[in-house]
Design a protein around this ligand. Sequence first.
Ligand SMILES: [Zn+2]
Length: 252
Amino acid sequence: MVDAGVDVAVDGDERGLNRYERQIKIFGEEGQGRLRRAKVTIAGAGGLGSVSAAYLTVAGVGRIRVVDHDVVELSNLNRQILHWEKDIGREKAESFEEKLSQMNSEVEVAVMGQRISEDNVADVVKGSDLIVDAMDNFQTRYLLNRVALEKKIPLFHGGVYGFEGQVTTIIPGKTACLRCVFPEAPAPETFPVIGATCGVIGCIQATEVVKYIVGAGELLKNRLLVWDGLDARMEEFAVERNPACEDCGELR
Ligand SMILES: [Zn+2]
């Protein structure tokens, strides 16, 4: 849960109360205040990132940092719904900044047009309350996992493939880390995917993030939720920390 801090929720701001009325009914002005004070890093401005960033923006998460080095291509548009035809050739980070600021001008959106590497990953997550893994490759995911463990920042993992997807919520030192769940990276490939799969998985990630920030419900801790769109089934697998995990084995 993100610290409640000292200032009161939406400071009695009528517009804020009105805008978030339907969700304040769930978690109160205090929860809304927590959202507003939250700082979230979204790693990846692609299909998953489009969905989680949009829902976290409309929910009123105060500060959102988006990190992506890529440029929008025509073949991205079947799933990366924050990028439109007019954005082809433009930096994805820049395209996100424009769309998210227009969705909710109260949200502070910052972008980093950089490829996440060993050298900059600490900067990428600096000052963040949590990280959304909206990446498309395990090499980068492992970097995020390691820095999340080191800095004790929760990591919200999501992945998609075709009609299938998976989600889990990693709380450093408490739950299985990404490396415990996936000890080895699958071979890199240009994988198939439909946009709606990113929608399902990105929405679950955004739901987990909101729950974590406001302190509601049960998180996907030590649980890997797997969506099989072709069969229209959701299955859950228990996962656990590997005491010999090369990334979190030593962590307390
Ligand atoms: Zn681990």
